[in-house]
Design a protein around this ligand. Structure first.
Ligand code: DP6
Length: 360
């Protein structure tokens, strides 16, 4: 597939107005996407667990307008008008207009809400952009009529990527790979694919408890961080390493070797933050409590032989990952020893989910 394959044929149907509602999950990367080329093309492949509880629900209402001169939309978060989201959506619409030529024909009302608190420090761009891309694709499907499920999912992921890279991994769960990798058939830089190889049953219902260490706004956005990978002294080696780690994960997913899984996942998280600390300008997104939690997890693992591990996204919060068969004991440990390091004691008990859902 190339970019041109996502430009639609002439629309055969017309539609005056209507609405679609989708709910789309967040995801947590195991091998991280950090560094991108023009047009949201990742510098390296990544793979993520789709989440279940953390999601965005978006209703897109549309009505045909008399002209097609410019984009026309309004956006609401939890029922409140959110004009500060408009520039991001405008940029998204500009990037995808070639692929959705109907965009200027309609006025859109975008009503969105998140299952997680807005100020949780959990990025809503993956779930938010994928939910919007899904609604727009539902509209295109009506205009084209004959759209296969495969094309629908691929193109939605393709569009979501243009909104926010990691959003392309939020369409179809449970494990999603994005970025060309020689051992993953069908993998592409343009869209995420449901991980096609064998996955051991130990990874079924994997748990992710998100410890909310810092709920504040990040000082450095992901977009700025990605850009700092240009001319980064360790960039090339890092991108190669991501390919190697993907290869290692392929056999780990198959065999269920959780000790090897832990090594890759934790190393990826720390490498991501090491890239931030060694870029110019450098920055640190971890907080003292992030490190306290990591040390507690290591001590607990050494003491109990648990298969618990952590990963981080571009922030201070810690994602605690563990197999379902340890759910009760690890939750006990989290409540006894880790919650004290969370802001106001807040955490979210999530687990692997299976992708976006059409609500109406
Ligand atoms: C650290 O997808 O938020 O979470 O493409 O600029 O919107 P943009 O960046 P974004 O970057 C996510 C980075 C990450 C790692 C990952 O999810 O793979």
């Amino acid at each position: 597939m190339t970019e041109k394959d996502f430009i639609p044929k002439a629309y055969t149907n017309t539609l005056e107005n209507g609405n679609f509602t989708w709910s789309s999950p967040s995801n947590i990367a195991l091998v991280k996407y950090w560094g991108k080329k023009k047009h949201q093309i990742p510098e390296n492949p990544s793979v993520s667990f789709t989440l279940d509880y953390c999601k965005t629900t978006t209703t897109l209402s549309f009505s045909k307008k008399s002209d097609s001169d410019s984009f026309s939309f309004e956006i609401f978060l939890d029922g409140k008008k959110q004009d500060d989201f408009k520039p991001k959506i405008e940029t998204f619409f500009k990037r995808i207009e070639t692929y959705l030529p109907f965009l200027k024909d309609y006025h859109f009302k975008i009503e969105t809400s998140n299952s997680f608190p807005h100020s949780s420090g959990i990025a809503s761009s993956a779930s938010g952009m994928s939910a919007l891309a899904l609604c727009l694709m539902s509209l295109e499907k009506q205009l084209l009529v004959d759209v296969s499920e495969e094309h629908f999912n691929q193109k939605t992921s393709f569009l979501a990527r243009l909104g926010s890279g990691s959003a392309c991994r939020s369409i179809e769960g449970d494990l999603v790979a994005w970025g060309t990798h020689k051992e993953i058939e069908g993998s592409s830089d343009y869209y995420g694919v449901k991980y096609p190889q064998k996955v051991h049953e130990l990874f079924r219902n994997y748990q992710d408890t998100i410890l909310l260490v810092d709920k504040g706004e990040k000082q450095v956005s992901s977009t700025v961080g990605h850009n700092l990978m240009h001319n980064h002294p360790f960039a090339e080696r890092r991108f190669e390493q991501a390919h190697e780690n993907m290869s290692k994960l392929i056999s780990i997913f198959e065999t269920g070797d959780l000790d090897a899984f832990i090594k890759i996942v934790e190393s990826e998280a720390l490498t991501l933050h090491a890239m931030m600390m060694t870029s110019m300008p450098y920055f640190i997104l971890m907080k003292p409590n992030t490190l306290e939690i990591i040390n507690k997890i290591w001590a607990y693992r050494a003491k109990t032989n648990s298969k618990i591990c952590f990963t981080l996204d571009a922030g201070a919060n810690v994602h605690v990952l563990y197999p379902e068969n340890e759910k009760n004991t690890v939750l006990e440990f989290i409540k006894d020893e880790l919650v004290a390091y969370c802001q106001n004691g807040h955490f979210i008990a999530d687990q692997i989910g299976f992708g976006a859902q059409l609500m109406s």
